[in-house]
Write a new protein. Structure first.
Length: 122
């Protein structure tokens, strides 16, 4: 499945924040990634919003998945079509816990509550 082949899923209640700040989404740091295609693919699976830097640049590209119960899963290194496709499949399934094995290595714990400006809206 390509990033653009993700089908729309409108009933999961999942919200996704896609970081696009100083590192995430930049061709300078990740020239091999179709950053715009990634946004399109994720947005086709869940309500998604692009946010500014969330203060976890070492993990770029960062995607935050929020479930209807308010819990969040922070994912880093979302930087290739296979990982994006796995993320889309997981979102389409309603993002059940735990995430699939392929994504578990991308899950990280937010390092602190002191985060970048974009996180104010996270
Ligand atoms: S630009 Fe995404 S965490 Fe900084």
């Amino acid at each position: 499945m390509t990033e653009a082949q993700c089908a729309l899923d409108s009933g999961t209640g999942i919200r996704v924040l896609i970081c696009r700040g100083c590192c995430c989404g930049t061709e300078r740091k990740h020239p091999e990634v179709d950053h715009d295609g990634q946004i399109v693919a994720i947005s086709a699976r869940a309500r998604a919003r692009v946010v500014d830097c969330v203060g976890e640049c070492a993990h770029s590209n960062v995607v935050i998945v929020r479930s209807g119960d308010g819990s969040s899963v922070w994912l880093g290194g979302i930087n290739n079509p296979a990982i994006t496709a796995a993320l889309c499949e997981w979102l389409g399934a309603g993002a059940p816990q735990p995430p699939p094995q392929v994504l578990q290595s991308r899950v990280f714990v937010r390092r602190s509550e002191t985060v970048g400006a974009g996180a104010e809206h996270v």
